[in-house]
Design a protein around this ligand. Structure first.
Ligand code: NAP
Length: 509
């Protein structure tokens, strides 16, 4: 059922017709996320007519073979299910181009193929290059695109690039990558994906804060005690993930990008407008204002890293981190990290921001909780046996997207007793339909030329500067201990001690 309140809020998509070239098109990301996202846009009627997908990868494949592999996965993972009639029409727009990433001739034939596609549909020369390959190929792909002139838009059309994570492994590699990207594409045509920003609730943080008059006056150090950002994952290193993860770790894999992006949305000042740069100007200021953790001492005091030992998750016995598939048995990589951060601005002075992220925790959940200060301790707090506690606003990013507010209420009865209650808003029940996948929104925005939900060059580099300081302390002479916790528990005791130093506890999820 459509929601009448919503009709006037829905703006028509500005996405333009284009050819999307996916580098690494036989890979997991294309099959599991990108093509199902495009299919669902087609189902919802959001895809401009004339959008084509051209897969680029090493294996020999015909268009038909490529389509049939994509179809097989779409049947399994598509958010809206798989409708054969819609798919049959949709797959007509999918083609395959075989080449290795470092073969210039493959890019020359790509350029010819793109011209042919344009001529066939009597259309436009808009191109979107999606680099869905491992980072070591980024340079080759970008340099070859430039060499054959594909990065240069045709007169009156556009040429854009989407770059997947990880965007570098530290500041120097990110700076190098930014240099190569910006030698090939203008910054306004560069879309660095952070799929957390495409999630409905992440987008809603700004709406919640700036479209509701009741929250913003309280959104500061006078009323907020602390903020917690949790990103818990019940999975470990299944599916060969250990090979990548063990080289990265929780800090670089999650904090540098997703968690610092969420933090900046929660803590930013109101932007002057909703343009991509208006929003990103404010977000980057938050990351710049983070108090530096630039000595081993500061890192020891404010950061806990940990690995899990074997245990049980959802009743299943699971191995310890160092026993996981493709993880070095002597690994010194963290599978969990907890941090205490301070944002040195007028608004946030004195408010600690706690973050925790880890694998093999009891459940999958990402949420932000804003903990408000207690009411003055003169009336109800003085009741015997009554500790009503403060208000907590919880923004659930995934799963079960929604927002809840914890309040204190009187328990029914003749005596005055207080109990916490929850006001709960759930996307699925309030709007009568599930949220689109993050990649749907992000692909649509990149076709529409809206980079608001993509990371800008300076955001990425500032985030790496912050994270690199911690990495240096972890790998320097005076290394802090690696804590441990039992798989299936909520992390190490050291993380509980970290938050307890400020008089708080982690929120129970
Ligand atoms: N999978 C996800 O859910 C996910 C999520 C977030 C970010 N990412 C990022 O997205 C990127 C791709 O991930 P993925 O999981 O899709 O990787 P993947 O499954 O390993 O796929 C890699 C792709 O690159 C192609 N390729 C590799 N070497 C090549 C070469 N020399 N020349 C031409 N093609 C070559 C492969 O082609 P052949 O198979 O034909 O050799 C394949 O299409 C990575 O940077 C990853 O970090 C992935």
């Amino acid at each position: 059922m459509s929601n009448p309140l919503r009709e006037d809020l829905v703006s028509p998509s500005q996405a333009e017709s284009c050819t999307i070239v996916i580098f690494g098109a036989t890979g997991d990301l294309t099959h599991r996320k990108l093509v199902p996202a495009m299919y669902n846009l087609a189902v919802d009627g959001e895809l401009s007519p004339g959008v084509k997908i051209l897969g680029f990868a090493r294996r020999e494949k015909s268009d038909e073979e490529f389509r049939s592999g994509l179809k097989e996965l779409n049947e399994k993972v598509s958010r809206s299910g798989h409708d054969s009639e819609i798919w049959d029409e949709f797959e007509e727009s999918i083609h395959y181009h075989q080449s290795t990433f470092n073969d210039l001739a493959g890019y020359q034939s790509l350029a010819e193929r793109l011209d042919k596609i344009d001529a066939e549909r009597g259309a436009k020369g808009n191109r979107l290059f999606y680099i869905a390959s491992a980072p070591e190929f980024f340079d080759d792909i970008l340099e070859n695109l430039k060499a054959v002139g594909l990065s240069e838009p045709k007169e009156g059309y556009w040429s854009r690039v989407i770059v997947e994570k990880p965007f570098g492994t530290d500041l120097p590699t990110a700076q190098h990558l930014n240099k190569v990207v910006n030698q090939t594409f203008a910054e306004e045509d560069t879309y660095r994906i952070d799929h957390y920003l495409g999630k409905e609730t992440a987008q809603n943080i700004m709406v919640l804060r700036f479209a509701n008059a009741i929250f913003e006056p309280l959104w500061n150090n006078r009323y907020i005690d602390q903020v917690q950002i949790t990103c818990a994952e019940h999975l470990g290193m299944e599916g060969g993930r250990g090979g990548y993860y063990d080289k990265s770790g929780a800090l670089r894999d999650m904090v540098q990008n997703h968690l610092l992006q969420l933090l900046s949305l929660v803590a930013m000042e109101p932007p002057t407008d909703l343009t991509a740069d208006g929003v990103r100007d404010e977000k980057v200021k938050v990351i710049r204002s983070l108090r530096k953790l630039d000595t081993p001492e500061k890192v020891k005091r404010n950061v806990v890293r940990a690995q899990y030992s074997k245990g049980f998750v959802n009743g299943d016995e699971v191995p310890g981190y160092r026993e996981e598939d493709r993880v070095d048995p002597e690994s010194n990589t963290e599978a969990y990290v907890a941090l205490r951060l301070h944002i040195d601005t007028w608004r946030w002075s004195g408010v600690p921001f706690f973050m925790r992220v880890g694998k093999r925790l009891p459940k999958k959940a990402t949420e932000i909780s804003i903990h408000f200060k207690d009411a003055p301790n003169v009336l109800f707090n003085a009741l015997p046996g009554s500790t009503p506690g403060g208000n907590v606003l919880v923004i659930r990013i995934q799963p079960d997207e929604g927002i809840s507010l914890r309040m204190v209420s009187k328990l029914p009865g003749t005596t005055l007793r207080l109990e916490p209650v929850k006001m709960n808003f759930q996307y699925s029940s309030s709007f009568g339909k599930g949220s689109p996948e993050a990649y749907e929104r992000l692909l649509l925005d990149s076709m529409a030329g809206d980079a608001t939900l993509f990371a800008r060059r300076d955001e990425v580099e500032e985030a790496w500067k912050f994270v690199d300081d911690i990495e240096h302390a972890w790998h320097g002479d005076d290394q802090p201990e690696m804590a441990d916790f039992v798989a299936g528990s909520w992390g190490p005791a050291e993380a509980d001690d970290l938050i307890a130093e400020d008089g708080f506890t982690w929120r129970r999820l």
